[in-house]
Design a protein around this ligand. Structure first.
Ligand SMILES: [Zn+2]
Length: 451
């Protein structure tokens, strides 16, 4: 389909350019032209479906670099608990009863919520199941994603089977919407030897199914809490000389296609290692605050030249998939912590939620900005709202004032997936009733097990 979005203000996230009274021409999946409406109207007349963006702004779709999409199914099931108790007493016991269908349904809900909030790419880490899975949910919703299978030392055989199936069936599939990743859960749940094996497996799978432009990447929780070094030492009877990143580097598993989520308890040496190995960080401020994990030294990472992007984390530790909330919290949190209102300005935050997110997923050639040749992943925001009036500065509004519900239309891979807040790919009510049903089934199984 050919599309012409016209009369809007385009926040390109490329060379700091904001262009008004402008248009974007889209052919098939890609942006083929960006410029003044009058000019583009003449060039791309009749055969183009038109979207009028008068009084609206067009931004690159937001990129959420850390999610566990299926966990929407458990949103609000357990809150206000310490991480260890939350996981061991609440989340892990109920997850044991989750079926492949439950994973699909949970991920479908996250995909819907993401699209409705202007997020066009989501990196998710969860249990991959062969029959139904997060990849299928994202593809059905029309959402772009990097689907990872989470690996643990205690289930190496199952992990290998899942990873091979995931890479073969989903990498660069669904019109290029879906890519995959090999995801060691964390340095304290994946033994050093297994960490190395997974690194090798990722390289092998990427050589076979990926390419230089579309590599199979890796994603890991790292330095989420202060006691992580102790947890590693205790689990594997080893002694760490320095921090988490230095430890992972000593295993030879860090490179430019590794993204680390959280990065709260980092040493200065860790940050140097990240810069040297080009490891990217996914900052999840709302999850870190809710679970009282601590505050990531984002400013230090940025000053050291580390790529930092933003993520929501799971819908049970956030408890939403709203990247506008994450942007605002990231901006104001670090100002307060550093006692400096001038740091983390809106422009920088928006970069973290778009182009830096694309870099974090090794996908920056195709997404993260409005540029000719890139995939058309766009969110159109209606500015005609009391809380967005008056307008002095678009970027300020995006970070501090826009709500997810202000996103009106979303285009992913050149396809309109939401128009005037109505999804074109799925029936939202039906998906929500599938979620309620899955929740009831889960609780029944859990209760039957308790008795
Ligand atoms: Zn996580």
């Amino acid at each position: 389909m050919n599309l012409l979005i016209q009369n809007g203000t385009i926040i390109t996230m490329h060379n700091k350019k904001i262009i008004r009274e402008s248009a974007i021409a889209i052919e098939n999946q890609a942006i083929i032209d960006v410029g003044k409406t009058q000019v583009l109207k003449q060039k791309y007349g009749r055969s183009y479906e038109k979207i009028d963006a008068k009084g609206k702004m067009i931004i690159p779709g937001l990129i959420n670099t850390h999610q566990h999409a299926a966990m929407s199914l458990l949103r609000g099931y357990a809150d206000d608990l310490p991480l260890k108790e939350w996981l061991e007493k609440w989340i892990w016991p109920i997850e044991q009863h989750m079926t492949a269908h439950d994973i699909y349904v949970g991920a479908l809900l996250t995909a819907i919520e993401s699209i409705m909030g202007g997020t066009t790419t989501v990196k998710t880490m969860y249990h991959y199941t062969l029959e139904q899975n997060e990849a299928k949910a994202f593809a059905d919703a029309g959402l772009r994603g990097v689907i990872g299978h989470v690996c643990f030392s205690w289930r190496k055989k199952e992990d290998e089977k899942a990873l091979r199936d995931l890479a073969e069936n989903w990498h660069n599939k669904a019109d290029g919407l879906i890519r995959v990743s090999v995801d060691p859960h964390a340095p304290y749940t994946v033994a050093p030897e297994y960490m190395k094996e997974l690194h090798e497996m990722r390289r092998e799978l990427s050589n076979r199914y990926g390419s230089k432009e579309a590599p199979i990447t890796s994603h890991i929780h790292a330095a989420e809490t202060r006691d992580e070094v102790e947890k590693i030492e205790h689990a594997f009877k080893i002694k760490l000389k320095e921090g988490i990143m230095a430890y992972l580097d000593s295993l030879g598993v860090l490179d430019e296609h590794v993204a680390a989520a959280h990065c709260v308890a980092l040493t200065n040496k860790d940050i140097k290692v990240m810069k040297k190995r080009k490891v990217k960080a996914s900052h999840n401020p709302i999850s870190n605050l809710k679970l009282a994990s601590g505050i990531s030294p984002v400013l230090k990472m940025l000053r050291a030249g580390v790529t930092v992007s933003l993520g929501t984390d799971s819908p049970c530790s956030n408890n939403s998939a709203d990247m506008f909330e994450v942007m605002k919290v990231a901006a104001i949190l670090h100002k307060a912590v550093n006692k400096n209102p001038a740091i983390m300005p809106a422009e920088q935050i928006l970069k973290m939620a778009t182009i830096e997110g694309a870099k974090t997923l090794s996908w920056e050639r195709e997404i993260g900005s409005v540029e000719v040749g890139k995939k058309a992943d766009l969110a159109i925001i209606n500015l005609q709202k009391p809380h967005l009036c008056p307008l002095y500065n678009e970027t300020s509004h995006i970070v501090y004032s826009v709500k997810a519900s202000d996103v009106e239309t979303v285009i992913i891979n050149g396809r309109i997936v939401m128009e005037n807040r109505k999804l074109t790919t799925l029936n939202v009510e039906k998906a929500m009733s599938m979620v309620e049903q899955a929740k009831n089934n889960l609780l029944n199984k859990l209760n039957a097990n308790v008795k």
